[in-house]
Design a protein around this ligand. Structure first.
Ligand SMILES: [Zn+2]
Length: 388
C-alpha cells in the first residue's frame, strides 16, 4: 500500500513535485508523481479532482502499486505544481465517513448488512441486503446517526497486520494479503477501507436519508451529508413555504388541504366529462343534420373520440375530428373502405403520418397547413365511394 499525502496529511491540497513516469495512451498521458497527492478511485470513492501543471486531472487510478493521473494534455516539464480541488475532496471525506457511520448503525440496530457503496457528485448510496425492508426504520436510524455526529466521536485510521486479531474489523471483508487499513469510529465501528475520511463524526455535519428503492435483491439507500443536507433542507423549506402560501394555510395543514383539493379536482373532472358528453350529443345532432360526411374541431385530444362517436350515432357515415395537428377519421363500419389502409398509403404524400384500423385512424401533421389539402382529398375519395 502506498503511503500517500492524502493519507499522511489530508489537509495538504497543493504542492510542487516531479513526474517520474509518463505513459502515452489514446485518452491522454498517464503520469506518475514522485509524491502522490491525488486519491485514486477505489473502495466506492471516486478519484480526487484538480490540476497538474494547470492541466485538469481527468481520473486517477492505482495500477502495479503506482498511482496514475490521466491528463488530456502532456505537461512540458517534469517539475509540476499540483492542486487538489478541496471542495470535492471534502465532499468525498464527509460522505465516505457518513457511509461508515450509517452502515454501522443499520447493522447494529437492524442487522442490515451493507453490500454496496457508491459516492456520486450530488449524493451517496449504500445497498443493504434484503429487498423488502420496511421504511419505518429510516427516522430511527437517522436519529441514531445524527446523535453520534453530535457526540463528535473520533475517526481514526491505522494499519494492522492480518494476525492482529484483537483489532479485527467489526464490518467488511478483510483483504487476503498485505496489511489491513482500518478505519474506526470510537466505540461504534471499525472497517477495512482505503478511502479518505474526516477526523471526527462532528465533521460529517448532518446526515439525511433522501429516499430508498429496491434494486435487485437489495434496498438502495440514498443519503446526503454536510452542506448538501443543509442546502437540501433550505430547498425543501422554500418549496413548502411557497406551497403553503399558494394554499393560504400553515405547513402542518398543507397535506390535508392538498388531499382535499385533489379529491375536489377528481369530482370536477368527472362532472366536466359528463357535461362534455351531453354537449357533444346536443351539438352533434345539429352538425349531423342529414350529412354523410362531417368535419369538426375540438380543443382537447381526449374529446376526439367522444365527438366522432357522437357524430356517428347521429347517422353520419364518416366523421373527421381535428385537434391541433392531429386528425381522427372514423366511419360507421358499413362502408367498403379501409380507413387505416387509406392513411397508410396517402398521408405521407400530404406530409402527414399515421395509421389505424379498417374503421378508424389518426393522422399527425407537423405542419398544420397541410391538413386541409389532405381532407379535400379524403372528401373526394369518399364522394367517389358514395356515388360509385
Ligand atoms: Zn470505506
Amino acid at each position: 500500500m502506498i503511503e500517500a499525502i492524502y493519507y499522511k496529511n489530508p489537509p495538504v491540497l497543493a504542492m510542487t513535485t516531479h513526474i517520474v513516469e509518463r505513459r502515452r495512451h489514446e485518452d491522454g498521458t498517464h503520469v506518475v508523481l514522485e509524491q502522490p497527492l491525488f486519491y485514486p478511485e477505489g473502495g466506492g470513492q471516486p478519484s480526487d479532482q484538480g490540476t497538474i501543471a494547470g492541466i485538469p486531472v481527468e481520473s486517477v487510478y492505482l495500477k502495479d502499486n503506482k498511482i496514475f493521473h490521466v491528463l488530456g494534455k502532456e505537461p512540458s516539464a517534469d517539475k509540476v505544481h499540483c492542486q487538489v480541488n478541496g471542495e470535492v475532496r471534502w465532499h468525498h471525506m464527509q460522505h465516505h465517513s457518513g457511509q461508515h457511520l450509517l452502515s454501522a448503525v443499520c447493522q447494529d440496530m437492524y442487522g442490515l448488512v451493507t453490500v454496496g457503496f457508491h459516492l456520486g457528485e450530488r449524493y451517496a448510496t449504500i445497498d443493504l441486503e434484503g429487498p423488502d425492508i420496511d421504511g419505518s426504520w429510516i427516522p430511527v436510524v437517522e436519529d441514531a446517526v445524527n446523535r453520534y455526529i453530535q457526540e463528535d466521536r473520533a475517526l481514526t485510521t491505522r494499519l494492522i497486520s492480518r494476525d492482529d486479531r484483537e483489532h479485527y474489523p467489526r464490518r467488511g471483508d478483510v483483504p487476503l494479503t498485505g496489511a489491513i487499513r482500518l478505519v474506526s469510529i470510537a466505540g461504534i465501528d471499525s472497517a477495512p477501507c482505503c478511502g479518505t475520511h474526516v477526523t471526527s463524526t462532528g465533521q460529517i455535519g448532518l446526515l439525511k436519508v433522501t429516499k430508498t428503492e429496491k434494486v435487485r435483491s437489495c434496498t438502495r439507500v440514498y443519503f446526503i451529508c454536510g452542506m448538501r443536507s443543509v442546502n437540501d433542507y433550505q430547498n425543501k423549506q422554500r418549496i413548502l413555504r411557497e406551497l403553503a402560501d399558494m394554499y393560504s394555510t400553515g405547513e402542518n395543514d398543507l397535506l390535508q388541504r392538498v388531499q382535499a383539493d385533489g379529491q375536489r379536482l377528481k369530482e370536477l373532472e368527472q362532472n366536466c366529462r359528463g357535461l362534455k358528453q351531453e354537449l357533444a350529443v346536443l351539438q352533434a345532432s345539429s352538425l349531423a343534420a342529414g350529412h354523410w360526411f362531417v368535419e369538426t374541431t375540438v380543443a382537447e385530444r381526449e374529446d376526439m373520440q367522444l365527438w366522432a362517436g357522437a357524430l356517428l350515432s347521429e347517422g353520419v357515415r364518416v366523421a373527421v375530428v381535428r385537434c391541433g395537428q392531429r386528425l381522427l377519421i372514423q366511419h360507421s363500419g358499413d362502408l367498403d373502405w379501409d380507413c387505416g389502409q387509406f392513411i397508410g398509403s396517402v398521408a405521407a404524400r400530404f406530409g402527414g403520418r399515421g395509421g389505424g384500423s379498417s374503421t378508424a385512424g389518426q393522422v399527425y401533421f407537423a405542419d398544420q397547413e397541410q391538413q386541409a389539402p389532405f381532407v379535400d382529398h379524403l372528401r373526394s375519395v369518399l364522394e367517389a365511394i358514395k356515388h360509385g
